[in-house]
Design a protein. Sequence first.
Length: 79
Amino acid sequence: MKRWLTIFILPLNLIVSAQTASNEAEYLHRAQEALTEVIVHDIFSPPVASRIYLYSNLAASYLLSLYLHQCGALSVQEL
């Protein structure tokens, strides 16, 4: 019985852990897609669009660094 439990639980655990790792950047990816939709819809010039991407990514990076500092992590790899 224990052998069957191990055979079924181990692959299930690997599948669940693999799925959670891929969803970590999902929020940032969705935000970038929404930003791209706005930039395309409003027809910004390329220099203005690049500044918009730069400022939004700098803000996201700053917030991530504040979050990591608050968690006590020294880098993203420690999470």
